[in-house]
Each structure stands twice: as C-alpha cells, then as structure tokens.
Design a protein around this ligand. Structure first.
Ligand SMILES: [Zn+2]
Length: 146
C-alpha cells in the first residue's frame, strides 16, 4: 500500500547520522586547504608556514605522521601553471613582446602564485592523505607503527 513511506524512513536514520560526523573527501580537502584540521575542522593544521602541527589541539588527531613530501609542490606548480598559462599565451599572442619581458613579468608572478597556493594545497593534500589513510611512510603501514 505505502511501501515508499515505510522503506524511506528506515534506512535514512543511520547514514544521515554518519554523514554528519564524516565530512567526506571534499570536506576534508576544504578543511585542510583552510589550514584547519581535516578531521574536525576546528584545530590548526599548521604550526608554521608549511610545518604541520604535531597534533590537533581540538580532536587530538596525530598530524605528525602525515608526510606529504613532494606532492604539494607538484600540485601547486600544476595548478599555478594552468591558472597563469592563458595570461602568458594571451600576452604573447596580443603583443609578441621580447622574451626578457616575459621573464621579468612572469617570474615574480608565478613565484608569488606558488607561494600563495603552496600552503592551501599542502593542507588539502594532508586532508586527502588522512581521508585515504595514507601516511607517506616508505616502508608500508607496518613500518610506521613499529
Ligand atoms: Zn582536529
């Protein structure tokens, strides 16, 4: 008679409660990009410009075991190049300036973009690693616990 009402109420209670506690992958990426603990979203992720805090001051998540290594610079260079390439090629196409103009103009712009992007990208990378259960140790999961 009314199978939709009966079946709709029963399975929705548990997943909704789990979803409220779990921010999901986009939520953890966003929290990390904002410099907040990816697990709780309240504590500070960084103790310096790029150095992760050893432990979240709010939820106690161990952040010292996460080693992002070269992934954040790689992602940062990739993102900055994709963001700035249209401007570089647009300038070349519109004015065809000498190469020294490109060097003088784009070197500081690209450097500034990378410096501004590196911290949020590292935070998002740490959020991704926490979400996926990756700690960045080279010897596998057993070596990090020994
Ligand atoms: Zn936390």
């Amino acid at each position: 008679m009314r199978p939709d009402a009966a079946s709709g109420a029963t399975p929705s209670s548990r997943p909704v409660a789990g979803r409220q506690a779990d921010p999901g992958l986009p939520g953890m990426l966003w929290r990390g990009a904002r410099g907040r603990c990816p697990a709780c979203g309240k504590g500070r992720l960084f103790a310096g410009y790029l150095k992760p805090a050893p432990r979240c001051e709010c939820c106690g998540t161990d952040l010292s075991r996460i080693r992002a290594d070269d992934a954040p610079p790689y992602f940062t260079i990739f993102i900055a190049s994709k963001l700035l390439a249209p401007f570089v090629f647009g300038l070349e196409r519109a004015f065809a300036p000498p190469l020294w103009v490109h060097a003088v103009l784009w070197a500081p712009v690209i450097t500034a973009a990378c410096i501004l992007l590196l911290r949020p990208v590292k935070g998002a990378t740490i959020g991704l690693m926490l979400r996926l259960g990756i700690d960045g140790s080279e010897g596998g999961p057993e070596s990090g616990r020994a």
